[in-house]
Design a protein around this ligand. Sequence first.
Ligand code: ZN
Length: 207
Amino acid sequence: MKKENPACQRPGAVTGEEARRLLMEGNGRFVEGRLAPKDLGGARREELASKGQKPFAVIVTCSDSRVPPEILFDQALGDLFVIRVAGNVVDQVALGSVEYAVEHLNTPLVVVMGHEKCGAVQAAVDGGEVPGSIGAIVSKIRPSVQKAAAAGAAGGELYEKTADENIKSAIEELKKSPVIRHFMEEGRLMLIGAKYHLSSGRVVFYH
Ligand SMILES: [Zn+2]
């Protein structure tokens, strides 16, 4: 019997828990270097174009080139709805993107994924002047620096604790949305944090 390829199975209507499991399994394949073959052919593109998208997870993460969600979760076309901005901060535009996926695409899982050694987090911890519009990102992360410092983090630890606080802060930001709260209260949406570890390739979920 032909073995089903997990990355080619269309999850269809999955729950948040099932969506998280698909991500964890995909990340496991990535870590082990056993990526599943993916259907990236014309027929699949045509199917997605004509039938529309049904991504099973929304990923809010950093623009860092070492953190591409489709690769590190071993997913294919049409699987993930991704919002990437340096420092994985949530502003109104990012929030609108998440709301769109939740309300119009019925995506059952939202993951806010930070990562180790994030440059945006480092800039916020280091303080000082930043050029151009980078300040808009850094100012979103500064409250997380204060929270991490107030919890006793110092030195090198302050960077990673700030990254963790910054993930929580983005989740709180998302929870302010009436659309997201409504879907969560109805049990149709799971909202969780995660952190990507650069060297091991492992994503650790905070839920
Ligand atoms: Zn980053």
